[in-house]
Design a protein around this ligand. Structure first.
Ligand code: AMP
Length: 233
């Protein structure tokens, strides 16, 4: 069996969560979404949830030490075969992840970076609704639930995330530019970055992603002399 350990990067609304879920099902790999873990913690009022609540509500990043602690606990339990969605989000998180993986003798297979224009991001986020019970995302314009306001999966009621309000969305996009986008260069230098077009329908992006993952599995571009500058669109 080939090993597949992935990171998915992209601003809010790029489709990370939706695509990550599909990839994890298709390849039978474990998905870790730090945003979902934080929202669960906030709902259940865990220690982490209490500490993270205000940051998440305001659309700013939870401090790196808290996030590294969370990811260390999660990754400590698993071996190969995972997909990180929403982590790392800063250079120190990227470096911390490298340390954690090194200790566990696990390597990253690739970092998928979804590229989507700001106008599309804002439109997608303003239409996004999530299930208040199981967290499944829907989009009022492109992938609505069968019954209005109700989750197809568990029947829970659909709500708008507090941090999907427009003023918070704009802040989250700025935070992505400032804090997260430097990770692209970080992974490009390590020859792990796979930038890909994230505009278009869910199925279209999924097919694109599928092709990129096949390339990763085939060890595409790993030969000597590769510049690490890929463009998979
Ligand atoms: P997401 O669901 O990935 O959009 O994350 C929602 C919110 O959770 C973000 O706006 C941050 O406040 C917080 N968050 C999620 N992942 C991280 C991370 N790796 N580092 C810091 N904050 C995070």
């Amino acid at each position: 069996m080939k090993i597949l350990n992935l990171v998915i990067l992209g601003p809010s609304g790029a489709g990370k969560g939706t695509q990550a879920e599909r990839v994890s099902k298709r390849y039978g790999i474990y998905r870790i979404s730090t945003g979902e873990l934080l929202r669960e913690g906030i709902k259940e009022e865990t220690d982490l949830g209490k500490k993270a609540k205000e940051y998440v509500r305001k659309g700013i990043l939870v401090p790196d030490p808290l996030m590294l602690e969370l990811i260390k606990k999660r990754l400590g339990k698993l071996k190969n075969g995972f997909l990180l969605d929403g982590f790392p989000r800063t250079l120190p998180q990227g470096e911390g992840l490298e340390e954690i993986l090194k200790e566990a003798r696990i390597g990253l297979s690739g970092v998928l970076s979804l590229k989507v224009g700001e106008e599309t991001l804002i439109r997608r986020l303003s239409h996004r609704r999530i299930c208040s019970r199981c967290g499944t995302p829907f989009n009022l314009a492109t992938s609505p639930s069968r019954e209005e306001g109700k989750c197809d999966r568990c029947g829970g009621s659909l709500i708008q995330r507090e941090d999907d309000r427009e003023e918070i969305v704009i802040r989250r996009l700025r935070v992505y530019q400032e804090k997260t986008s430097p990770l692209e260069e970080y992974y490009r230098r390590k020859n792990l970055l796979y930038p890909m077009e994230g505009e278009g329908g869910i199925r279209e992006v999924e097919e694109r992603m599928e092709r990129v993952i096949q390339k990763i599995l085939e060890g595409y571009g790993k030969e000597k002399g590769d510049s690490g500058r890929r463009n998979c669109s």
